[in-house]
Design a protein. Structure first.
Length: 277
């Protein structure tokens, strides 16, 4: 293939690097990526799947939501935990959920977990990691219980227990120590609860409460705020008596005649600098 003037023949182009260096030299500050934080996890047990997530949403160093929902509905028998950019996780799972709904209406059959996994990984691979959605997908279908982790670039793992997010290492330590095959339902719920708590208390990007979703054949139980380990010991109540804020000046002006004879009361607070002069 004949290269045009200025085009790299190696397949790589560094024009944007030159442009960025030029703009930075002129004082332009490039936007920075905000760090995301989450702890999500899932585990297989004897009769199904247990999914868990924390409820903290962050904007870099700012906690912008203390009780957000990170376990998303995919199908009646399939749910998905999302880590990364909240808009990406919510819209990615919503898109695949709508596609599976159309598929169920077309075929008249229950959605399979592997179908949801295939749709998710194909969509994420298409965007080459620019859609920041790290997912834990779990469900129960006619072939049994399944648990997948789906990475933002489209790769997947199918394992008996998985974790994702910034608190995944702390949660995985709990899984490695406590998981065993063919666990009972209560054991699995407690293990996921402990794993999410480990992420909450050892990762700054995770926090607040623990959400749990239990999926078995023909039944789904969503336990919103299953545990609330970070409740405030007191609640701030603002109860100021009338007249606490002093009115410094009042000005009464009449409305135009066409608007009636009502009057407008305007409170004008003088500039503190002028008051000092």
């Amino acid at each position: 293939m004949q290269a045009t003037p200025g085009q790299s023949v190696t397949g790589f182009s560094f024009d944007n690097c030159l442009r960025n260096n030029f703009l930075e030299g002129k004082g332009f500050q490039a936007p920075r990526v905000l760090k995301t934080g989450t702890t999500i996890a899932g585990v297989l047990f004897k009769d199904g799947v247990v999914l868990g997530a924390d409820t903290r949403a962050t904007e870099g160093p700012i906690v912008c939501d203390k009780n957000c929902e990170k376990i998303h509905y995919i199908a009646p028998n399939i749910y998905c935990c999302g880590a990364g950019t909240s808009a990406d996780t919510e819209n990615s799972t919503g898109l695949i959920s709508s596609q599976l709904k159309l598929h169920r209406l077309s075929t008249g059959r229950e959605s399979r977990v592997v179908t949801a996994c295939t749709l998710l990984k194909r969509m994420l691979f298409r965007y080459q990691g620019h859609v920041s959605a790290a997912l834990v997908l779990g469900g129960v279908d006619c072939t049994g219980a399944h648990l997948y982790s789906v990475y933002p670039h489209g790769s997947i793992d199918k394992l008996p227990y998985v974790t994702m997010g910034s608190g995944s290492l702390a949660a995985m330590a709990v899984f490695e120590a406590g998981w065993r095959a063919d666990m009972e339902r209560d054991e699995a719920v407690q293990l996921v609860h402990d794993a999410i708590l480990s992420g909450i208390f050892n990762d700054l990007g995770s926090g607040s409460n623990v959400d749990i979703t239990i999926i078995t054949r023909g039944k789904v139980q969503v336990l919103r705020n299953y545990a609330t380990p970070n409740e405030r010991p007191f609640k701030r109540i603002y109860d100021f008596p009338k007249g606490t804020t002093t009115i410094l000046k009042e000005k009464v002006s009449a409305f135009p005649k066409d608007l009636g004879s009502e009057k407008e009361l305007v409170h004008v607070v003088p500039d503190p600098d002028k008051m000092q002069q």
